[in-house]
Design a binder for this molecule. Structure first.
Ligand code: SF4
Length: 577
């Protein structure tokens, strides 16, 4: 089945900003933190905030303590004042686009204009907007309600930012015909407009639409209404366990969209569930291909194979013949470290990849034993190459194992940075350094040529390839990492800058390879291996343009890029070298 995810699905700018603000505040600030009212209309996000000890208060106490965050929908001005008077430190994360509407209403209310607000009476944004009209506000939910209003000498017409474009247009037309002196402001947020236009367009091209988001979220309900009005089979679900696969059977194509308050990890979860629940059963040696891919990825076997192949490619680039044992060491090291990494990252995986988190949770002892054995055999093999390679591998293994352990006891240091994990970007830097050492440096150190002119650029190449792979996954895992306070590169730089960084890096690698071969620093493999970073570049663009979606398929393709480096090297050594 062809599955497309609407470009506009998921957090809008305002909701993302509010969620990031609360999570960053909870990770950075001491003292209690709460939100005034539910932060957004999404049950899973509210559950996770509760888990993180961030409750929502419904009323303002006389005496408050700690920090209160005002949600994206905003609040009436008197509520903001009351929160300050209650002694809360107030972080206002009202969406800038909502603030713009508040300001319009406030400015005209001061001049005595009534404000006709098209919106849902009980919606927090509308309650907040009405507060800025200082008694001159009139909330209208239907055209007949608008018609029942008295004729005002001066009035403005605005809409809740997530209101239906169709309904607001109807009211605007009526106002233009009957009260041309009223001032009309187009306040529906362009994110809402695009989202609604997007689903109308996509619905024409698919058999069914799955709308993901809170049942109480107005903008999600409107998306589901639009999809239904288009005549397509429509499902409005909050989570993947509500999917009815019997109804999905036989469909050729399906679109997934989501409301402005639906987090990526829920959209990805729904996508993964549909992807695996409706996958056609192609088989290889009698085993379903999708299950085979999943097993290779979950067990990290495919990744370990990628490490062995990358090690082989780096050896070939440097003209090293004794590649077999270093490649086996690289494979076992990567296998054991990544299993340990996933075992200690179950909390973030609960949001980024719940199936993987369940798999690691269920099999933790078997996987830990497997990782220990793999790591131990890797160390023995390294020892067979010499004491120095053994010590290098031992130090890297200890660094990997102590990644989550507090290095400075709490007794001496109470601050935020107590273990390697707390250092921003440390996960990616450590993975990159470790991989580059085992795949590019180790073969050189254990060969007869030792550290040569080609070793440094080979290290840079391996580091660049592993960095791009790891940061790519960090982009996919941003929301889950932010929830658990893991400061990865995309969280520090933002996803746009990170993608730019990766593109520049991959172009540099693609240029560097043939250039170094031309200058005789690398073997002739550089003349063909440039294809490898280009493949990753194409994959990055394909993801950006949504030709490939986050899921098993994408994960498999990203890991395949490392495997391909070895295949290209093998091809070169058999036919061209
Ligand atoms: S829908 Fe628009 S106005 Fe509302 S929170 Fe999102 S970005 Fe802001």
């Amino acid at each position: 089945m062809k599955i497309v995810i609407a470009r506009t699905a998921g957090f809008c700018m305002g909701v993302r900003r509010a969620v990031d603000t609360v999570l960053d505040a909870s990770n950075d600030q001491k003292g209690p933190i709460c939100t005034y009212g539910p932060l957004i209309h999404n049950p899973q996000v509210l559950d996770l905030l509760k888990e993180k000890g961030i409750p929502a208060i419904a009323t303002i106490p006389e005496k408050g303590k700690g920090t209160v965050v005002i949600r994206a929908h905003g609040v009436p001005p008197e509520a903001k004042e009351a929160l300050k008077e209650a002694n809360f430190a107030v972080i206002d994360s009202t969406c800038p686009r909502v603030i713009k509407v508040q300001r319009i209403i406030h400015r005209y209310a001061k001049k005595g204009h009534h404000a006709i607000i098209i919106g849902d009476r009980d919606h927090p944004e509308v309650i907040g907007l009405n507060g800025y009209a200082y008694g001159l506000g009139h909330v209208v939910e239907t055209l007949s309600e608008a018609k029942a209003l008295p004729d005002f000498e001066n009035a403005i017409l605005v809409a809740q930012t997530t209101q239906s474009v169709k309904f607001f247009t109807e009211v605007k037309t009526w106002v233009a015909e009957t009260h041309p002196h009223y001032l009309t402001f187009d306040t529906i947020c362009d994110s809402t407009e695009k989202r609604q236009a997007d689903i109308l367009a996509i619905a024409q091209t698919v058999d069914a639409v799955v709308v993901v988001g809170g049942k109480s979220s107005g903008n999600t309900q409107r998306l589901a209404e639009l999809a239904r009005e288009s005549g397509k089979l429509t499902f409005h679900i909050e989570d993947s366990d509500e999917l009815d696969f019997d109804q999905l059977k036989g469909l050729k194509s399906l679109a997934i969209t989501a409301g402005a308050s639906t987090p990526n990890w829920i959209i990805n979860k729904v996508y993964r569930a549909i992807e695996s629940g409706t996958a056609s059963e192609k088989r290889l040696f009698g085993i379903p291909v999708s299950a085979l891919k999943m097993a290779l990825l979950r067990s990290n076997a495919y990744l370990a194979l990628g490490a062995a192949f990358l090690s082989y490619a780096c050896s070939m680039l440097q003209g090293i013949d004794n590649w077999l044992v270093p490649a086996a060491v690289a494979m076992l090291y990567v296998l054991s470290m990544h299993i340990f990494n996933h075992l200690t990252a179950i909390s973030a995986d609960r949001y980024n990849d719940p199936e993987r988190a369940d798999f690691y949770d269920r099999n933790k002892w078997a996987l830990a034993a497997f990782a220990f054995t793999g790591g131990g055999v890797g160390l023995l093999l390294a020892y067979s190459l010499g004491l120095f390679p053994f010590l290098v591998l031992l130090i890297m293994s200890l660094a990997g194992l102590s990644y989550n352990a507090p290095i400075i006891p709490r007794y001496f240091f109470q601050g935020k940075y107590r273990c390697l994990r707390d250092i921003p970007g440390s996960k990616t830097i450590l993975i990159t350094a470790a991989w580059a050492t085992v795949t590019a440096l180790l073969p050189a150190l254990t060969s007869s040529q030792g550290f040569a002119l080609s070793t440094l650029p080979a290290l840079a190449l391996a580091a660049g390839m592993v960095f791009s792979r790891t940061v790519f996954f960090d982009i996919l895992d941003m929301q889950g990492d932010r929830i658990v306070g893991q400061e990865t590169f995309p969280i520090i730089l933002g996803d746009d800058k990170t993608v730019r960084l990766l593109k520049n890096l991959l172009i540099t690698l693609a240029v560097m390879l043939p250039l170094f071969s031309a200058f005789g620093i690398f073997t002739g493999l550089g003349f063909v291996l440039w294809v490898n970073p280009v493949m990753m570049f194409i994959l990055l663009i394909a993801y950006q343009k949504r030709f490939v979606l986050a899921g098993v398929q994408l994960e498999f393709l990203v890991e395949s890029h490392l495997v391909c480096s070895g295949i290209i090297a093998l091809f070169w050594s058999l036919f061209l070298g």
